[in-house]
Design a protein around this ligand. Structure first.
Ligand code: AMP
Length: 286
């Protein structure tokens, strides 16, 4: 495995390679990231994993500074999982001067759900991902469904900018109790960790209700909105601060118009804070 922190070296290394897959990460590598590397490896001979904590996409300075950085451990895990190249740029390498140009993400994606709570997050993520695409020119890039809104945005971005890169999505990898693996889980205290799967349990509960009711007369927008409200109340009563629970059509990224005909396309997304830690998760109905 080559560890590269220089653009010229990266380019000359990539010139020797045939088909390349990109797996972008912010490090603190866990099984979720590694599953994306393994998925990528099935399709190409060279997997490039980037480890870059992109300051520009953080809303709060403290969140950026406290983001877990575990590079020695990360490199060991990536090597064991047959990553070919790790690109480890510094902030100065990615942003040699003040970044003035950003990709504009349509508002129906950028202003809802995560976009309501994270400022220009999607525009900043789109911009850094495009930078990686220009530098690495991957044939394939793999993103996790764990960050569904981000994955949806990137899929569209790639098509609309004619990147010629195929986007693959990886399933969410979970801990033994259902909690989605996330670098931010390391911020949880042991008592918070013990109850952190409550968000996933709430999503499972909503999914079960959708599967049970989708053929019945009352399966309409009002019914879905009641499920969302009950889920939010449940989390809040369990000591969380729920930011949203929302059922949408995952193919169109909008509220379903006719839940009865769209139920197979539904996804339930949630974000909530447990103590100082903000967690997100989602579950597909089918
Ligand atoms: P991050 O380092 O958190 O920015 O994540 C890098 C990539 O890993 C993104 O495409 C995430 O969606 C994906 N990812 C994060 N957590 C998981 C997980 N538990 N399962 C699968 N993919 C994940």
């Amino acid at each position: 495995m080559k560890v590269i922190d220089n653009i010229d070296v990266l380019k000359s290394e990539l010139e020797k390679r045939r088909r390349v897959a990109l797996v972008p990460t912010m490090g603190n590598i866990h099984e979720g990231h590694l599953s994306l590397v393994r998925q990528a490896k099935k399709y190409v001979d060279t997997v490039v994993c980037t480890v870059f904590v992109n300051k520009l996409q953080f809303n709060e300075r403290a969140d950026f500074l406290n983001y877990p950085r575990t590079i020695d451990d990360d490199l060991k895990k990536l090597e064991m999982n047959k990553t070919d190249i790790v690109f480890l740029p510094t902030g100065e390498l990615m942003y040699p001067c003040e970044q003035e140009y950003f990709i504009e993400v349509p508002e129906y994606i950028s202003k809802c759900l995560e976009g309501q709570f994270r400022g220009p997050f999607f525009s900043r993520v789109a911009t850094v991902v495009m930078k990686f695409f220009f530098l690495i020119k991957p044939d394939i890039a793999v993103f996790g469904k764990k960050d569904f809104q981000q994955a949806f945005m990137i899929k569209k971005l790639c098509i609309q900018f004619s990147t010629q890169c195929t986007i693959l999505l990886g399933e969410t990898i979970r801990d033994f109790d259902g909690l989605a693996l996330s670098s931010r889980n390391s911020h949880l205290s042991s008592s918070e960790r013990a109850k952190a799967n409550q968000m996933y349990r709430t999503l499972v509960n909503i999914k079960e209700k959708i599967l049970k009711n989708n053929e019945l007369e009352h399966f309409n927008l009002k019914f879905l909105s009641q499920l969302e409200d009950t889920g939010k109340d449940k989390l809040n009563n369990e000591g969380w601060e729920c930011e949203y629970i929302k059922v949408i059509n995952k193919d169109l990224f909008r509220e379903p118009i006719c839940p009865k005909t769209e139920w197979r396309q539904l996804i339930v997304l949630a974000a909530a804070r447990l103590g100082g830690t903000r967690l997100i998760d989602n579950i597909e109905i089918v």
